[in-house]
Design a protein around this ligand. Sequence first.
Ligand SMILES: [Ca+2]
Ligand SMILES: [Ca+2]
Length: 95
Amino acid sequence: MCEMNPTPLEQTLFTLCKVFSEHAAAEGNKETLNKNEVKNLVKKELPQLFKAAQEDPEGETLLMDFDGDGEMDFKEFMVALSCLACIFKAHCPKK
Ligand SMILES: [Ca+2]
Ligand SMILES: [Ca+2]
């Protein structure tokens, strides 16, 4: 993969995995994001969203924990990002 010249979309997928792994490794379980890790990730990587998230200091709505185990795994992270992408798509003016 490193030898290839990735397209922007491939690079994006690679970045998604990398960002998740970096933040998930910060505390506790290295494969999942806890509430604190989610907050830090959003603050650092999604600052526009963080503005809205500041109204939710507990981070409850940021932690999209669909299976209720208290942590956000990579699948849950991807579902959350897919939702975000759909929102952006709906709100971005068509070019
Ligand atoms: Ca973790
Ligand atoms: Ca979960």
